[in-house]
Write a protein that binds this ligand. Sequence first.
Ligand code: THU
Length: 227
Amino acid sequence: MNSYAPFSEIEEYCLVEGKSGLFYPGTRIENISFPLTISAVRAAICSCLANDDRPVSIFQNEPVSELLDFWKHEYNIKRIDKLPDSPDLFDPLIKGDINLMATLQDLTNNCVTPHSDFPVTALLETDNGYIAGVNIEVSAWSLGLCAERTAISRAITAGYGDKLHRMHIYAPKGDFISPCGSCRQVLSDIMPSQQVILHHGNQTSSTHFVKDLLPYGFTSSSIKRKK
Ligand code: THU
């Protein structure tokens, strides 16, 4: 598993077992704006939910992710100390050619939006194929994940962090969809020279460089990257 923890070098990872029997990897994805860091457990559970699955158990290394108790309580998840010899791992890569718009539309069925009823889907291009993300809402609003960050955390965890290209984003109920401020910050950290293609609810699309979405974004050479 591949984390992105250049500021702390904390090795935080977990595997969440879904009801389907698949195991969803999650790793720590840090951000130069530290509060936007995604914990391993949040990444894994959102990946599980985004696959129309339900978390049932979790294997977590030390240090344990912040708020693990929240997630255990939220889904009645049991902590396990031992994994099967060869766990069946979820592979986020969609291989082969896809019909982009049809896939973005299909993915809306996986969005978990009990609070907003506002589905958002994303497809992130990598060297090896597309990785999907959908928006996930949980009882604590601030702990869900936007579609863009679900796709990014899946991609980094699966080892494609340095093979990312464009991201397609679709929101059928938004006349003009555009990534939120937190997603712009994460996109700027992870894929600053790439483009996002926004597929608006009114059937139009627009293409933007990530760096144009967050002018004068937060950065500081005094926050040291350890690698
Ligand atoms: N949302 C996204 O998935 N991406 C964005 O860039 C904007 C907001 C989701 C989060 C939440 O589930 C819903 O839209 C309303 O905020």
